[in-house]
Write a protein that binds this ligand. Structure first.
Ligand SMILES: [Zn+2]
Length: 267
């Protein structure tokens, strides 16, 4: 899709960060803000180029694919939306604590953070939601049960003590929540023959893992994710294949140099 970049003053126009954050045009670009200085934009671009070095070339397949990645069968069911996950990488190295030479530079755990939309089908999303919501529903059921129990025993002397009814309700809620958590675990186990519940169990994620990517605040049984019908941006992609935009990347330059070498050799 052709998006014309209208800004006449932006110093990072047509750079890699322009293709990533400005993919829907200058009006919708988060860098297009009077509070963002031009030198800051260039810093962001330099950092983004370093982040890109740790992304496999096929990384856009995860959202462009027409089939689900969480299904265990290949190809998976047809895509019905996206699972949006926050991924982090220790690279590029980010140092802090170097104030006036005091203290050793400390390395931050997170050097890069990216939104990561993955194609997901209706069935996988339903099972994810079921496992997630069971804990929540069981707490509500526990609350209602707790009230019923206190009402049934409201005439007994035990229930007349000040905090006892509230404690009873909280206790039943906690029990019910605990049971819900176990059921949720059971559901994940039951469905794990059909789908992956953790992103990095998806076989196609192997290279991402080798590049150091991990789920930011990963949970024990399943990956924390948000389900959406749309990508973070309409034309969202990590690597732009829009040849109307000048490339200007190092790789591109290197390639033309190599080509020149071959030309010379041939002569
Ligand atoms: Zn699926």
């Amino acid at each position: 899709m052709e998006i014309e970049k209208t800004s006449t003053t932006c110093t990072v126009k047509h750079t890699q960060i322009c293709k990533f954050l400005g993919c829907d045009g200058c009006e919708k670009c988060t860098l297009n803000d009077k509070n963002v200085k031009e030198f800051e934009k260039q810093k962001v671009n330099a950092r983004w180029e370093l982040t890109q070095e740790h992304l496999p070339v096929f990384v856009d397949d995860f959202h462009e694919s027409e089939t689900c990645f969480f299904c265990k069968k290949r190809p998976g069911n047809p895509k019905d939306g996206y699972a949006l996950i926050e991924l982090a990488n220790p690279e590029p190295e980010y140092e802090k604590g170097m104030i006036f030479g005091l203290g050793n530079p400390q390395r931050e755990i997170v050097g890069s953070m990216i939104p990561f939309p993955v194609a997901i089908c209706k069935d996988c999303r339903k099972r994810f939601n079921l496992a997630e919501n069971f804990k929540f529903y069981s707490a509500i059921v526990g609350f209602i049960l707790g009230i019923i129990i206190t009402l049934i025993f409201s005439k007994t002397r035990f229930m007349q003590y000040g905090q006892v009814p509230i404690i009873t309700i909280l206790f039943v809620m906690a029990l019910s929540y605990g049971a819900g958590k176990q059921i949720s675990k059971g559901l994940i186990k039951k469905y794990s023959s059909e789908q992956y519940f953790k992103l990095f169990e998806v076989p196609e994620m192997k290279e991402m893992e080798e590049e150091g990517w991990f789920v930011y605040r990963e949970e024990a049984e399943k990956t924390r994710m948000i389900f959406t019908k749309k990508k973070p941006r309409e034309n969202f992609c990590y690597f732009s294949y829009d040849f109307r935009q000048p490339e200007g990347t190092e790789e591109g330059e290197e390639m033309s140099e190599n080509e020149m070498d071959t030309d010379i050799d041939m002569q």
